[in-house]
Design a protein around this ligand. Structure first.
Ligand SMILES: [Zn+2]
Length: 516
């Protein structure tokens, strides 16, 4: 520190002395030259200053033109809705505690809402009744055939080596059971599909444990989805899959899996990160391991039952058949309370429409909130909604299904003009920092509507912790911040209201729907 400081002082002194010499030299030079040389220099200087002044004026003028053009351009899209947008932001943010309490009442009273369960049907009744109480218009339900998978009782014990250690498991959605009795097998741990393939014969007759490290949800979830089929191909009798999460407090995470045609259906469950790592260590030490597994899951014969999408709206004043769809899914897994996944997403969409009604803001087009059913283990609700509404024009469908933490704006699959217009509307949301429009996916339920040309969007949030409690017993109300709920509701409200009230409809038919 001291050495560097000393150097800078010396440099400064040198520079100062150099600068001080320049005026002295110039004064001396001018005095020694003929006077006409001074006039020429003065004239050149004048011309230079004049040219710079003209150039500067031109630049400033052009810039002013750009700025006013930009403002005019933005005003063209938000003039109709600016006042309403400000009211929506004010009401949504000041009402965030009430919204949190409403969702807490729902999740605490109704609990988990697995497809085909009494809990789900209670939840649908609750939402339909409250939408009517809220004064939403055209509140109704539409039938959807859904699978009624059940996990029943389930347990797993590591019986070898010395101690009997209970493993905390959650059967994976749509898995088969163990046929009415426990099955036993030696354990074979792999960290990847490649490792399994290279050692396929070693998996024969074994309980295969996939200890795949978290990379991202989109990448690592492949082991949950396809692990059972891969293990069965090598003769495995069951598959235990390390929970798909970046962080664990000994919490197993469930989620949907799928079998492959022509491959034996074997039972499959998630284990905790901690137990997967322990079994991996034991295998590395050469310790033999055996597991007993019991699952009553009904994946070999899943009944179909009738359930419902529920929806309500504010009907458009000029173009009621042109619809802005917003929503989340009402079903959840059978663990936790489905507070974040996806109670939060559904309730912020619902709040957006409710506030338009309360504030007497009726846009030109219809804004509808949809509580989609069966997103988790079938996505039948999204398909059924699309099939039932082919005679309408869905302008944009916006889903919130990756949590509601620190919303930033929307991820959008739309035309270039759509992106541009949404960015202009976003300028109304700078006060709550949710003005970011990025290319991206919508959500499982709304993606079906892209087939008919709808723009698709998803609420863009900070989901860095979302997968800590995703599909676990820990998906409960305490994970949601009231302020985040309020900001998310405001964001959904402003974008949907302003889109619905545009003079000219948002252009449809996005070219690139490959990411959906
Ligand atoms: Zn979800």
């Amino acid at each position: 520190m001291d050495t560097a400081k000393g150097c800078s002082i010396v440099e400064g002194a040198t520079m100062f002395s150099k600068r001080s010499l320049i005026p002295q030299t110039q004064t001396f030079y001018d005095d020694e030259r003929p006077r006409n040389r001074a006039y020429i220099l003065s004239a050149l200087g004048f011309l230079l200053v004049l040219a710079l002044t003209i150039k500067l004026a031109f630049v400033l003028n052009a810039r002013e033109g750009d700025i006013s053009g930009e403002l005019l351009n933005t005003n063209a899209y938000v003039a109709n809705c600016r006042t309403g947008a400000n009211q929506l932001i004010q009401s949504a943010t000041s009402g965030s505690d009430a919204l949190w309490n409403k969702l807490a009442d729902f999740t605490d009273t109704i609990g988990p809402r697995l497809s085909g369960s009494v809990g789900l049907e209670n939840g649908i009744d609750w939402v339909e009744a409250r939408m009517k109480q809220d004064g939403l218009e055209n509140v109704h339900r539409e039938p959807v055939q859904i699978p009624a998978w059940r996990r029943g009782n389930e347990w797993a014990i590591l019986t070898t080596p010395l101690r009997n250690k209970t493993l905390s498991i959650l059967g994976l959605g749509l898995s088969v059971g163990t046929g009415g009795a426990a099955i036993s097998g030696d354990v074979f741990v792999v960290s990847s599909f490649d490792e399994l393939e290279s050692n396929c014969s070693r998996a024969n007759g074994k309980v295969v444990v996939f200890n795949a490290e978290w990379i991202s949800y989109g990448t690592t979830v492949a082991y949950r989805s396809r692990g059972a089929a891969a293990a069965a191909k090598c003769g495995g009798i069951a598959a235990l899959v390390r929970s798909v999460t970046p962080y664990s407090l000994y919490t197993p995470h469930t989620g949907m899996m799928s079998y492959r045609d022509g491959v034996k259906k074997i039972p499959t469950a998630s284990v905790t990160v901690e137990d997967a790592l322990m079994m991996s260590r034991m295998q590395s030490r050469g310790t033999p391991m055996s597991v007993q597994l019991y699952m009553e899951a009904n994946g070999d014969s899943i009944p179909e039952v009738t359930s419902y999408n529920v929806m309500g709206e504010i009907t458009g004043s000029q173009y009621p058949n042109e619809v802005i769809v917003m929503g989340g899914h009402i079903d959840s897994w059978d663990v936790g309370e489905g507070a974040m996944d996806d109670g939060g997403g559904l309730f912020v969409s619902w709040e957006a429409v409710r506030l338009m009604k309360v504030l007497n803001l009726r846009p030109k087009r219809t804004v509808r909130v949809v509580a989609f059913v069966n997103e988790e283990d079938g996505a039948r609700g999204g398909q059924a909604y699309r099939d039932a509404h082919v005679n309408e024009t869905t302008i944009i469908a916006i889903e919130s299904d990756i949590g509601i933490t620190s919303p930033k704006g929307l991820n959008v699959t739309g035309t270039d003009e759509t992106m541009n217009i949404l960015s202009k509307i976003g300028q109304l949301l700078t006060s709550i920092d949710t003005d970011t429009i990025l290319p991206g996916d919508g959500g499982t339920d709304v993606d079906y509507l892209s087939k008919d040309g709808a723009n698709i969007a998803g609420l863009n949030v900070d989901y860095s912790k979302y997968f800590y409690w995703h599909h676990t017993n820990a998906d409960t109300m305490d994970k949601l911040d009231p302020k985040d709920l309020g900001k998310s509701a405001a964001t959904m409200a402003v974008y949907s209201y302003c889109i619905a009230d545009l003079d000219k409809a948002l252009p449809r038919n996005p070219k690139d729907i490959s990411m959906l």
